[in-house]
Design a protein around this ligand. Structure first.
Ligand code: PLP
Length: 288
């Protein structure tokens, strides 16, 4: 069935939606994006995603083409029109279409930023069977650019990373740099649990500031769990009791094997399972 998508002010059937060949998102990956999950027809942490969008746009000197209120209304309209019960809303803002190819940024007073939103229906998104068995990950060199805190559409290397994982018979990859130090997953933040302590890399330009990460750390601290925000190595992860990743689309997902080494019992651990439960419960309560 054809979806309704939103492109620069219009709701259109996906077959009729068009973007210029001169759009800078297409030519230069000059665009940022957000992904918001939908559970029970409601948006999870919309405010967090809107805030990160502001930050990404500001850091790239781009203007938000619609107000936050309009953005929320478009999200809701697409969820309603496409009958999304559980799923995802993707939002992309590009520097627009200057009418020709040129490295220089166009004048934002003359070329308006482009905006596209679309939905993906994912029935049972919160009941992903992988949450019961856990994921196997491989480590690969982090050769992405130095501003990973900006959520740009430069997703080629993360795609390559996921293909490398698939080829190795695994589910995902963790990026490493500086002799085995983990930065994050291809599309998620990475954590280990040792002796009940939750360890995840501190925020910097080296990783995306996950919206799910912020929520998880808040819930963990509220539940009196100990959180350490610091870097960890693959070797430390392999010796950990548990590991997991977080993202808007996977919530809290256990990791049970890293580079062929099984963690702890080889099954999702109690801290990970508890955090997933808390996250889903609290997020559903706060959904709008
Ligand atoms: N890190 C990277 C590289 C990502 O691509 C993502 C999500 O797409 C995340 C972390 C998790 O961020 P969030 O929790 O906001 O989805």
């Amino acid at each position: 069935m054809s979806r309704t998508v939103y492109v620069n002010g219009e709701y259109l059937p996906e077959e009729e939606a068009k973007i210029s060949v001169f759009d800078r998102g297409f030519l230069m990956a000059d665009a940022v994006y957000e992904v918001t999950s939908v559970l029970g027809g409601k948006l999870i942490d919309f405010a967090g995603h809107a805030e990160r969008l502001h930050r990404s746009l500001a850091l790239l000197d781009m203007r938000q083409p619609v107000t936050d209120a309009e953005l929320l209304a478009i999200h809701r309209e697409l969820v309603a029109r496409n009958g999304i019960e559980d799923g995802l809303v993707y939002l992309q803002v590009t520097r627009g279409n200057p009418g020709d190819r040129d490295f220089a940024f166009p004048d934002p007073d003359k070329v308006k930023a482009g905006i596209v939103l679309f939905t993906q229906s994912k029935p049972g998104l919160a009941d992903n069977p992988a949450a019961k068995t856990g994921m196997k990950v491989i480590s690969i060199p982090d050769i992405r650019w130095g501003r990973r805190d900006i959520k740009t559409v430069q997703l080629l290397y993360p795609s390559i990373g996921k293909m490398m994982a698939k080829k190795a018979g695994c589910d995902d990859a963790w990026f490493v740099e500086d002799e085995g130090v983990v930065t994050e997953g291809t599309s998620n933040n990475a954590y280990i649990v040792k002796g009940g302590r939750i360890v995840t890399r501190q925020l910097s330009e080296d990783i995306l500031h996950g919206i799910t990460r912020a929520a998880i750390l808040r819930y963990a601290r509220e539940a009196q769990m100990v959180v350490e925000e610091r870097a960890f190595t693959v070797a430390e992860a392999q010796a950990a009791d548990e590991a997991f990743v977080t993202s808007a689309s996977a919530f809290v997902m256990p990791v049970v094997e890293i580079d062929g080494v099984a963690l702890g019992s080889g099954a999702p651990g109690p801290v990970t399972r508890r955090l997933r439960e808390i996250y889903l419960e609290e997020s559903r309560k706060a959904a709008i």
